[in-house]
Design a protein around this ligand. Structure first.
Ligand code: SF4
Ligand code: SF4
Length: 290
């Protein structure tokens, strides 16, 4: 797969939802970079060579009051990059209309997360359909949903609703903190939850889903990966990391974009981790052989 350089930018730590299964604990799900910090991040992104995909996430990106006033206009005016967003799509239609107008011709991927604790799936799917029609077929619009053990039938019902709107549905298996009894030195503190009903799970995600079909957090241990080189994660505090897993392990720190110290690595390296929890690197060609 051709490598497509990508930055995941946590535009806001805060979120307007409080999902029971959120991978980010409420303690960390807070905070918003200040204007000067956002401007420093934009300057860092503007300096990246070539055209990148900048995937804005959170918390909830639209929950930052400056998302539509500074972040998105800044990305359009100051950088040549394509813009993506991971959002719960709770922003009102006026805000979404503005977002679509600002990003016209530059929008790459919209990942709309369905959180059935907060929205009716049918209403949500209809809103995503409206937005997909607004931005047009050149934008990849996908509906993500966390699949919880014991809730496979509900996930399947949601899948049908989403696909009934002609949209792509992308399941993400629930990840949880590893119980103390399973923790080993250097081992991953997270794991995919147990899904005892294998048949029910297969009905939802298929037999052997690839990274475009489902997020099952596979292991790419030992595979050559361009994380830190052509893929990086910038958190709400401006810290830049090679990938989410490296951050969790306190490794792969690239510096801070707020103070100008962030530097990309110059060469790929074998993945040292047992869990790759996010499909973005795999789906952007960062892992050789995928
Ligand atoms: S919308 Fe996303 S970030 Fe916000 S609480 Fe739910 S899972 Fe967490
Ligand atoms: S394969 Fe995944 S976990 Fe491993 S270094 Fe690359 S992005 Fe990180």
């Amino acid at each position: 797969m051709t490598r497509r350089p990508t930055v995941e930018w946590q535009v806001a730590g805060a979120c307007n939802y409080d999902c029971s299964y959120c991978i980010q604990s409420p303690r960390f799900r807070r905070g918003r970079p200040r204007q000067a910090e956002l401007e420093a991040t934009l300057a860092f992104l503007a300096d990246l060579p070539g055209t990148w995909e900048i995937k804005c996430s959170g918390g909830e990106a639209f929950a930052h009051p400056l998302f539509l006033d500074l972040v998105v206009p800044g990305l359009v005016a100051l950088t040549p990059h394509r813009i993506s967003v991971l959002t719960n799509l709770s922003a009102d239609r006026e805000a979404l209309l503005l977002f679509a107008a600002l990003t016209a011709g530059r929008l790459a991927v919209v990942s709309a997360s369905l959180h059935a604790e907060h929205v009716e799936p049918a209403d949500f799917a209809a809103k995503v359909r409206w937005f997909a029609d607004l931005v047009g077929p050149e934008v990849d619009v996908v509906v993500n949903q966390v699949v919880l053990p014991g809730r496979e039938a509900h996930a399947l019902a949601c899948r049908r609703v989403v696909e009934g709107q002609g949209l792509r549905w992308f399941p993400q298996l629930y990840k949880e903190k590893r119980p103390p009894s399973e923790r080993t030195p250097g081992g991953d503190p997270m794991r995919v939850a147990d899904f005892p009903d294998e048949e029910a799970l297969r009905a939802v995600i298929g037999d052997a889903p690839g990274p475009r079909q489902a997020n099952v957090a596979p292991s790419y241990l030992g595979w050559r990966c361009f994380a830190g080189v052509d893929y990086l994660v910038i958190d709400k505090d401006g810290q830049a990391w090679a990938c989410r897993t490296s951050k969790r392990h306190g490794q792969g720190h690239l510096g801070n974009v707020f103070d100008g110290s962030a530097r990309r690595w110059t060469a790929p390296a074998p993945c040292p981790y047992q869990l790759c929890p996010c499909t973005v690197p795999a789906n952007r060609g960062m892992i050789e052989g995928i």
